[in-house]
Design a protein around this ligand. Structure first.
Ligand SMILES: [Fe+2]
Length: 256
């Protein structure tokens, strides 16, 4: 038997056994079964499988995949990353509208290896929501807004200015939203900044930093908050700022 077939039998077979056992334990009715079947069809027709899986499942895969990795903890990528936005020129500031709302937020810190050596020229790709919880590329916001890549200096240090993002709801007008309503949940994610940090010879670090004063830190619908990812911006003059150190694990080939 091939490895793929064995793995399929192990994971899918177990999944079906657990569903079937739950049907008995929870006394699922035929009406509920038919409703669930129609809902699964609706999720596909609405194109919400990526949304549903990124919100409810990706965090478990991310935690499992990185459980033995050295360095900083990461988090889920989510659906709003756009890989092709450009490098910014120093001094780094994420693109904003002239009347951009939201408190000024300065993010600075260092990129190092897991054992603390600075990683000169590391790249930080940042993206986050605006003060209304909207992402450019997925809303009416101007293209490229509040997104950008910056390069760390020869000591692995970086500093970038932006505005404070707001908490936001995942899209909930479709079948995923119906599920959330039926279960009595809320659709909110706490305020966060997404980062993808890369450096030669190291594993990319996909992460999110959560603002400590945000609502929904304890009830993220995506289940992606970890204590080490909560940052504590402090007021300095007319803005807020915080520092963070990103420690990258060696790439598997470099570690070998
Ligand atoms: Fe996000």
């Amino acid at each position: 038997m091939s490895t793929t077939i064995q793995r399929g039998d192990q994971v899918v077979g177990e999944l079906l056994q657990r569903i079937n056992a739950l049907i008995a334990e929870a006394d699922v009715t035929y009406d509920e079964y038919q409703a669930a079947k129609q809902w699964l069809i609706d999720v596909g027709e609405a194109g919400e499988w990526p949304l549903l899986l990124d919100v409810f499942v990706e965090h478990a895969v991310e935690a499992q995949a990185t459980r033995r990795r050295d360095g900083s903890e990461g988090s889920i990528l989510g659906p709003y990353h756009l890989p092709d936005h450009p490098f910014l020129e120093p001094p780094f500031e994420l693109p904003q509208r002239p009347d951009e709302r939201g408190e000024s937020l300065w993010i600075s810190g260092r990129v190092t290896s897991a054992d603390g050596r600075p990683l000169p020229g590391a790249v930080l790709d940042l993206w986050h929501a605006d003060a209304d919880g909207l992402y450019s590329g997925f809303s009416e916001l101007p293209a490229g807004l509040l997104r950008g890549k910056v390069r760390a200096d020869e000591e692995g240090r970086f500093a970038v200015r932006t505005i404070k993002p707001a908490p936001y709801t995942i899209p909930h007008a479709g079948p995923t939203g119906r599920l959330i309503a039926v279960c009595g949940w809320h659709p909110w994610r706490p305020a966060h900044v997404h980062l993808l940090v890369t450096a030669e010879g190291h594993e990319p670090l996909v992460t999110q930093l959560y603002l400590d004063d945000s609502e929904y830190l304890d009830g993220d619908i995506a289940g992606a908050v970890k204590p080490s990812l909560v940052v504590h911006p402090q007021p300095v003059g007319d803005h807020l700022e915080f520092e963070y150190e990103f420690r990258l694990a060696p790439a598997p080939s470099a570690a070998a």
